[in-house]
Design a protein around this ligand. Structure first.
Ligand SMILES: Cc1cc2nc3c(=O)[nH]c(=O)nc-3n(C[C@H](O)[C@H](O)[C@H](O)COP(=O)(O)O)c2cc1C
Length: 171
C-alpha cells in the first residue's frame, strides 16, 4: 500500500508535521510504504500563477498514491492557507481516493474545522474519508514530542483502521 502523507503546515514548529511522522512510522511498521511531503520544502504558488516544478511533482505523487493522509493546522476555524493552495492547484488526480486527516489546533473547540477539508475532498473529488480524525491540541505536546497517552492511542487507532481499510480498497 503506497500512502502519500501531505504535511501542509509551513510553521517551522509544526505540530501536525509531528502527527504525520508518527502515523508514517505506525503504517510503515505494518508494511505500508509511506512517503511524507513536507510543504515547507515546496515553493507554493497561488491558483492562476505559474506552478513550480515541486508542485508538478506533488501532483504526480498524488496520482501515483493508493491513498492519501493530510496533515493540517487549524487557522480561523478552518484549513490553513497553504493547504487550500495545495488542494486548489495539485489535487486534480486525487479523484476517488481513500484519505485521512491529522489535525493540530491551539484549543479543543475547533474540532469541527476538519469538516471543511472533508467537504472539499468529498464534493470536489469524490474522495472517501476514514471516519476517524486525529485531532491534537497544544496540551498534547511537550515541545516537539507527543506527551499525551490519549493522543498516542488515537494515532494507533487511526493507523490500524487506515491500514485495514486502505489495504482492502486496493485493486
Ligand atoms: C493564523 C492562525 C489562526 C489560528 N486559528 C486557530 C483556530 O481557529 N482554532 C484553534 O484551535 N487554533 C488556531 N490556531 C492555532 C493553530 O491551529 C495551532 O498552532 C496548530 O498547532 C497549527 O498547526 P501546525 O503547528 O501544524 O502549524 C491558529 C494559528 C494561526 C497561526
Amino acid at each position: 500500500m503506497n500512502t502519500l502523507i501531505i504535511s501542509s503546515s509551513l510553521s517551522k514548529n509544526s505540530k501536525s508535521f509531528i502527527l504525520c511522522n508518527s502515523v508514517a512510522n505506525e503504517l510503515n511498521s505494518k508494511g505500508a510504504n509511506c512517503t511524507i511531503i513536507d510543504s515547507r520544502d515546496i515553493p507554493l504558488r497561488h491558483t492562476h500563477s505559474p506552478i513550480s516544478i515541486e508542485m508538478e511533482r506533488l501532483s504526480m505523487k498524488i496520482k501515483e498514491a493508493d491513498n492519501i493522509i493530510i496533515g493540517m493546522g487549524v487557522h480561523c476555524y478552518s484549513l490553513n492557507d497553504s493547504l487550500k493552495t495545495i488542494l486548489d492547484t495539485s489535487f486534480v488526480n486525487a479523484k476517488n481516493k481513500f484519505f485521512g486527516i491529522l489535525c493540530s489546533a491551539g484549543g479543543e473547540k475547533s474540532y469541527l474545522s476538519t469538516m471543511h477539508l472533508t467537504q472539499i475532498c468529498m464534493n470536489e473529488w469524490r474522495m472517501i474519508q476514514l471516519p476517524r480524525v486525529v485531532y491534537a491540541t497544544a496540551k498534547d505536546f511537550n515541545n516537539d514530542a507527543i506527551k499525551s497517552v490519549e493522543l498516542t492511542d488515537r494515532i494507533k487507532s487511526f493507523s490500524n483502521e487506515f491500514y485495514l481499510i486502505g489495504s482492502k480498497l486496493l485493486n
